[in-house]
Write a protein that binds this ligand. Structure first.
Ligand SMILES: Cc1cc2nc3c(=O)[nH]c(=O)nc-3n(C[C@H](O)[C@H](O)[C@H](O)COP(=O)(O)O)c2cc1C
Length: 227
């Protein structure tokens, strides 16, 4: 019998959909790469609008590497070149319309998928199994393969339909993670609030990080240290 050669690359698929909150995606991407994780990135068509709106950066398929570099260097407050030294060697970029891409098949090896931020349209599409683009198809594949799926939904208020879709995702095994920052970790800047949500997202994926200070069982600990 031939030896089975292990495919060592097992990335996280990161889907960025068209909800507000592209800084959450940037923080998750930076932390995954810092943790030594490989990333397969899928950016929906609509999220190019939110990215443009929130950062001024156009994400172009043909120039994704330089655009992504600029995006990941940007702070949540919009300041360019806030973060440096982010290597993109472990990133594979798939255009959202490429339904023949690796993550569209269950036989393509991945650890799981993180959708950050997740729009209500994306939540609906994944709950109903629409697979209208690569992002939604990859999410459906993640569920059918029983792999971890984390859905960082961003909308407020939520209508009944979205709430039902979120219950469907929960029942299908996904982690529904509202992009909802907490204030106990001593945040003093926008970046701290963004990193809290990104950190909880990585917690759900089981990826180690130092994005926020964890609760240690003492009231007022966060405000004392940051003050
Ligand atoms: C500037 C901007 C901000 C938006 N913010 C949200 C949002 O926070 N949550 C949401 O569910 N949809 C939001 N939308 C609407 C989605 O982009 C829209 O429903 C789109 O169809 C989502 O497509 P996608 O899931 O394929 O990315 C926003 C749209 C724009 C242009």
């Amino acid at each position: 019998m031939e030896h089975v050669k292990a495919n060592s690359r097992r990335p996280w698929v990161v889907g960025v959909s068209g909800a507000s909150g592209t800084p959450y995606a940037a923080s998750v991407l930076r932390a995954l790469l810092a943790a030594g994780e490989a990333v397969d990135l899928v950016v929906s068509r609509a999220s190019r609008l939110t990215l443009l709106d929130e950062t001024g950066i156009p994400l172009r398929d043909a120039h994704w590497r330089e655009d992504l570099e600029e995006w990941l260097a940007r702070g949540a407050d919009g300041k360019p070149d806030t973060f440096g030294g982010i290597g993109l060697d472990d990133v594979r970029y798939w255009p959202a319309g490429d339904l023949a891409a690796g993550p569209s098949s269950g036989s393509y090896p991945v650890k799981g998928m993180i959708i950050v931020p997740a729009s209500t349209a994306c939540v609906a599409g994944v709950a109903l199994g629409l697979s209208k683009d690569l992002l939604q198809r990859a999410a459906s594949v993640t569920l059918k393969e029983r792999r971890p799926l984390i859905v960082a939904v961003r909308e407020t208020p939520l209508n009944g339909q979205t709430l039902k879709h979120l219950v469907t995702l929960d029942e299908a095994g996904a982690v529904v993670l509202p992009a909802s920052p907490a204030f106990y970790a001593g945040a003093t800047h926008i970046q701290d609030l963004v990193d809290f949500v990104a950190g909880r997202t990585l917690d759900a994926a089981g990826v180690p990080h130092t994005l926020y200070r964890r609760w240690e069982g003492e009231l007022g600990g966060g405000s004392r240290e940051s003050g």
